[in-house]
Design a protein around this ligand. Structure first.
Ligand code: SF4
Length: 202
């Protein structure tokens, strides 16, 4: 709703106090994380009901740790590889696929998913096998992973239905449409990713 000509105080008189929605992510969709003694995945947070991290309504696994360190990154708190909460794959899956929340799909973002690709492969496989659309964000290009990455990193890319790749470049940011942070980043289909990994072009 757009209202012109009224102060915040006047609006609160009529509508009551506003509620912060955290960049379109409902605050009550955030999961309280439980550390596991057999933890294998370092998680920054898990939340539901996102409409900005891929098509439709997303349940989101945001992993902890990013070695890329783009200038102007909007989630610097995800950079340290020692932060976050160590969780087992089973606990991550239970939280991400919680049947109490509606979703059109699941998104894995970071931090940097490729930094934990070996661990995330199993989680991504279960998500895809259960019939959920998987969107994956990475600050590396698919070509970089193809040429210099590990088999596990390529496998993780292959599992996704949609990949948004490339680092955040501040001078190319702003007014870039949905899902991306800067214009250099690409929105790649499952077929695009497979073609690039085989040596083709986007
Ligand atoms: S790759 Fe993503 S999380 Fe890592 S520094 Fe760049 S924008 Fe931030």
């Amino acid at each position: 709703m757009t209202v012109e000509g009224a102060t915040i105080e006047q609006l609160e008189q009529f509508l009551g106090a506003g509620k912060e929605v955290n960049c379109a992510r409902p605050l009550d969709g955030e999961v309280r994380l439980t550390a596991s003694e057999v933890g294998t995945v370092r998680v920054h947070r898990i939340y539901h009901g996102s409409v900005v991290d891929g098509p439709g309504l997303r349940s989101v696994l945001q992993v902890q740790g990013c070695p890329i360190r783009c200038v102007g990154c909007y989630v610097p708190e995800t950079h340290p590889s020692q932060g976050g909460t160590m969780m087992s794959s089973a606990d991550v899956l239970a939280a991400v696929l919680d049947p109490n929340f509606e979703r059109s799909g699941v998104t894995i973002l970071g931090g940097e998913a490729m930094a934990q690709a070996e661990e995330l492969q199993d989680i991504a496989s279960v998500i895809v096998a259960a019939g959920h659309h998987l969107t994956l964000y990475t600050g590396y290009t698919v070509e970089y992973i193809r040429d210099r990455g590990t088999p596990g990193q390529s496998n993780l890319l292959r599992l996704a239905d949609l990949v948004i790749d490339g680092p955040y470049v501040r001078k190319l940011g702003g007014d870039v449409g949905e899902w991306r942070g800067s214009r250099n980043q690409r929105i790649l289909s499952h077929e695009d990713v497979h073609r690039i990994l085989k040596g083709g072009n986007a």
